[in-house]
Structure formats: structure tokens, C-alpha cells
Design a protein around this ligand. Structure first.
Ligand code: HEM
Length: 92
């Protein structure tokens, strides 16, 4: 597996996880507002494709996946981060 192959697919996964976070976050925010789990004491939970708490679960797990991918992305580009920091802060 080449480095370019890993970076390419990691980039796609980061994009898709970010898109999923935005979609699930905005659905939860604008389409199904209100309390989180349990529907705020209401007998039935609001539904848009999935129940509100399922959107929250999707959002939370995508946040975990996204955070792991960001850490892997930074590790894979660490030498670039170090080189650019040295250039900007003038160390050799
Ligand atoms: C456009 C982007 C985003 C929008 C509109 C958004 C929106 C929201 C909303 C409305 C909630 C409350 C959900 C609830 O209580 O049911 C929430 C919670 C949360 N969001 Fe996002 N979010 C976005 C991006 C992100 C990102 C990038 C991350 C992390 C990588 C993230 C992580 C979380 C976490 C950990 C919670 C807490 C869930 C809980 O209270 O159980 N969100 N977000």
C-alpha cells in the first residue's frame, strides 16, 4: 500500500465523515429540535428518517471516527508540520 493510496482514501473518509457530521448535526439542530434522548418527556420521539436519538448516536459516532481520522492525518503529515513550523519560526 503506497503512501499516496493511504492519503487518497484517508482524504475521502475525512470528507465523508465531515459531510455526515454536518448533515446529522443540522438535522438534529433544525429538523428535529428539542431535547436529546427521550424526547424531552414527550410520549413519542420526533422522527425524520430515523428517530432523534438515532441522529444523535450517528453524530456522536461520526465525531469519534472523524477525530481518529484527523489524528491519523496529522501523524501522516507530521514531517510537513515540523518543516513548515521551522520555516515560519526561523529554526534550522
Ligand atoms: C456542521 C457541523 C455540525 C453541526 C451543525 C453540529 C450540530 C450539533 C448539534 C445540534 C448537537 C446537539 C445534539 C444532541 O444533543 O442531540 C451536537 C452535538 C455534538 N456534536 Fe456536533 N455538529 C457539527 C459538527 C461536529 C463535529 C465536527 C464534531 C466533532 C468532530 C461534533 C461533535 C459533537 C458531539 C461530541 C456532540 C455531543 C452529543 C451529545 O450531546 O450527546 N459535531 N452537534
Amino acid at each position: 500500500m503506497s503512501r499516496a493510496f493511504v492519503n487518497y482514501w484517508l482524504g475521502w473518509l475525512l470528507f465523508l465523515a465531515g459531510l455526515g457530521l454536518a448533515v446529522s448535526g443540522f438535522v438534529r439542530w433544525f429538523v428535529l429540535p428539542g431535547q436529546g434522548r427521550g424526547g424531552g418527556g414527550r410520549a413519542e420521539e420526533a422522527v425524520f428518517v430515523f428517530a432523534r436519538h438515532t441522529w444523535t448516536d450517528i453524530h456522536q459516532w461520526l465525531a469519534v471516527i472523524f477525530s481518529v481520522l484527523v489524528v491519523v492525518h496529522i501523524i501522516l503529515h507530521w514531517s510537513w508540520v515540523v518543516a513548515m513550523s521551522r520555516r515560519f519560526f526561523g529554526q534550522r
